[in-house]
Ligand binder design. Sequence first.
Ligand code: 13P
Ligand code: SF4
Length: 303
Amino acid sequence: MNEKEMIEEIQRLKKEKNAVILAHNYQIPEVQDIADLVGDSLKLSQEASKTEADVVVFAGVHFMAESAKILSPDKKVLLPVYDAGCPMADMVDAESLRIFKKEYPDIAIVCYVNSSAEVKAESDICCTSSNALKIVKSLKKDKILFVPDQNLGSYIKEQVPEKEIILWEGYCITHHRVKSIEVSAARKGHPDALVLAHPECTKAVVEKADFVGSTAQIIEYAKQSAHKKFIIGTEMGVLHQLRKDNPDKKFYLISPALTCYNMKKTSLEDIYNALKSEQYEIKVEEEIRERAFFSLDQMLKTN
Ligand code: 13P
Ligand code: SF4
């Protein structure tokens, strides 16, 4: 089957099974182009919570498909590549949180959506990179444990000095390796460009950025801006949408290291196989799902 035939088959299977394809902004261009919706974690979870499809094919990483299942338990949620995971999500576990809660019973736990269902179940509320500040500010408790991303957590902590925020020591292996010296070098190479960075980058990088936001916020900022050149501090997958939206603007990646290996695992063929064989189905134990739902739902209600 050539690519054109495969795209036609995907469209046919989608209709036959009343399926929807959701894709994250970091997916490869061919996958983004076949998706019904491409977005950041927040937009994708909002869509997952209200879709009328029977089958959701989630082109992203495991925690994203799992969040869709938590929000829409009656749907069949498929992750096309069974081992497409997020290493940061594996940097915190539910048992550690239970131990922490025993020691600090009055603390509120805010968990970044890049986390497992079990971790969400132990948390008070979830957040994404686009709403983390709003979520933290909305909490009545003044003492907060933020898991698992120390970089997003530290970015929020600086903006909410009135709260005591304890940071977990997790990080995104992709964003964390961008160095501040690479931002300086990129600025030197393109002095008239604006730097747009994701809050998963380190403090040293974020401090040098002109704008900090989620993948969707970065895409929107570049679209609205009168500027013509941008240095991008997030995973290279966003370049596809940025260039599609702004053919007259120039985009440069801060570092060639900004590639998330897991986000790049899903091919068009994987989407086709997922639809054809209804694989790999995401399952979440009901007791965990209900408690994880609470944290995600709190976020969606606060947003
Ligand atoms: P966004 O919510 O900004 O799309 O980020 C998800 C993610 O995994 C970033 O690395
Ligand atoms: Fe996880 Fe980082 Fe990849 Fe996002 S870019 S999915 S946080 S490893």
